[in-house]
Write a protein that binds this ligand. Structure first.
Ligand code: PLP
Length: 458
């Protein structure tokens, strides 16, 4: 059959191309125009290419600033940055959870690798063992023939970690957020969502048929007004990020839970930027704020602090999890998590449940960076969170400073409109438990130099 198709193409190459050609040409023109608009707006996202494992010290392909511009102007061209090439730094020298990498290279301050577990030797070993024992993948969704003992074990472990009744795995937290609202809420119900919630929550809510209310960011007066309006519906669900990834601010969960109690609503939190490190035992925002028994549903990721591979989950009451297994579309119609990925997350949770030392060390590192940067004259948004947005205001300043930081060996990213509001451009710094004090001090020194050079500091 394939030979036949090829033969037809060979006989009528021009004809076949011409038939689909007009639409293809139109599409290409439309896409090129759209891409040009993105470039023109200055919002093109370049992807730097990492040539080592994820960690606090990295090797980038081509070295420093502007090393690899995939898709941007001059797409695919490599040019050596000021730092050139660095020795490999992708081995982990210690088996202990409090390991630290001290090899030279680019200092990485922009991963969600909050606990440094992405390249932890025990996490990697667990992945290899799972791969060998359970294979590369399931070639199936969970309910057909895609559930192995490690999937069940990990779900049980997640529920135990969060002190909930049950948990369900997804391929990502994006999927968990896409799947929960539609499965749970009907046109009789209402969902009340913080205006700055993550895109995946917004998309998940779009997919459901419930009545939608959007309250002003962390504004409890507005939430209360919306809850009053929503009293006419059968069920009310307040949905919020536990920690907001652009501002590093933490949702006022105590107040949210009080309002939820007053107006007979449920609380849902997305804990992607909290699980593993916020709270005395790293359980998350609900532990930090003492409301573990008041939050009904938690969605979170395995792709950040918990080993950094991939995957997401919902944890909460057993009947809800049972319902999601029956109704949630990203769960029902997408492949099972690969065993190696399950192995990583499972080991990360073991390490966290063995000791809370790493979760606690996060807080000290975050405090060091925030206080030193503030003393240097910078404004850092948010509070007590390892996401430390260095507020600069001007989009160009943020971009130029981030580039210059990389020239000094510090990898940070500038964010500007439309990712953040106009006039609120910033460089987002993310602290990891495996940054050493020296790493943090080097970052602050580089910021001070670069800030002075570009007029962000006097
Ligand atoms: N929710 C929040 C708040 C996030 O920051 C992210 C990832 O960026 C997600 C959900 C999606 O997580 P995942 O990468 O597991 O799909």
């Amino acid at each position: 059959m394939w030979r036949g198709v090829a033969a037809v193409r060979l006989l009528r190459p021009g004809g076949a191309r011409a038939a689909s050609g007009t639409a293809a040409v139109q599409l290409r023109q439309r896409l090129e125009k759209e891409l040009e608009e993105i470039r023109g707006a200055g919002t093109w996202k370049n992807e730097r290419v990492i040539a080592s494992r994820q960690g606090p010290h990295l090797r980038l392909t081509g070295g420093g600033a502007g090393a690899y511009r995939a898709g941007g102007r001059g797409g695919g061209k490599r040019r050596g940055g000021a730092l050139g090439f660095f020795p490999r730094c992708d081995t982990c020298p210690s088996l202990s959870i409090s390991f630290s990498l001290s090899l030279p290279g680019i200092l990485n301050f922009c991963a969600n690798n909050y606990l440094g577990l992405s390249s932890h030797p025990e996490v990697i070993r667990a992945a290899v063992e799972a791969l060998e024992k359970f294979g590369a993948g399931l070639s199936s969704v969970r309910f057909i023939c895609g559930t192995q003992s490690i999937h069940k074990d990990l779900e049980e472990k997640i529920a135990r970690f969060h002190q909930r009744e049950d948990a369900i795995l997804y391929a990502s937290c994006f999927d968990a957020n896409a799947g929960i609202f539609e499965a749970l809420l009907t046109p009789e119900d209402a969902v009340l969502s913080d205006e700055l919630n993550h895109a995946s929550i917004i998309d998940g809510i779009r997919l459901c048929k419930a009545n939608k209310y959007r309250y002003k960011h962390m504004d409890m007066q507005d939430l209360e007004a919306k809850l009053q309006e929503a009293q006419k519906h059968r069920l009310r669900l307040v949905a919020t990020d536990g920690a907001f990834s652009m501002d590093g601010d933490i949702a006022p969960l105590r107040e949210i839970c009080q309002l939820a109690q007053k107006y007979n609503a449920l609380v849902f939190i997305d804990e992607c930027h909290a699980t593993g490190f916020l709270g005395p035992n790293g359980r998350g925002t609900d532990e930090l704020l003492g409301v573990m028994d008041k939050v009904t549903i938690i969605n979170s990721t395995l792709g950040k602090a918990l080993g950094g591979a991939a995957g997401g989950y919902t944890t909460g009451p057993k009947p809800l999890i049972d319902l999601l297994r029956q109704r949630s579309r990203p769960y029902l119609f997408s492949n099972s998590l690969p065993p190696a990925v399950v192995g990583c997350a499972s080991k990360a949770l073991d390490l966290l449940m063995e000791s809370n030392a790493i979760a606690q060390s996060m807080a000290a590192k975050t405090q060091r960076f925030r206080s030193k940067m503030t003393a240097a004259g910078f404004t850092i948004s948010g509070k007590d969170h390892p996401i430390c947005p260095v507020m600069l205001g001007d989009a160009r300043l943020a971009a130029v400073m981030a580039e210059d930081m990389l020239n000094r060996g510090i990898y940070v990213i500038g964010f500007s409109y439309p990712v953040v509001p106009k006039g609120k451009a910033r460089i987002r710094v993310q602290i990891s438990a495996v940054h050493s004090d020296e790493d943090i001090d080097r970052c602050v020194e580089a910021f001070t130099e670069v800030g002075r050079k570009h007029g962000a500091l006097p």
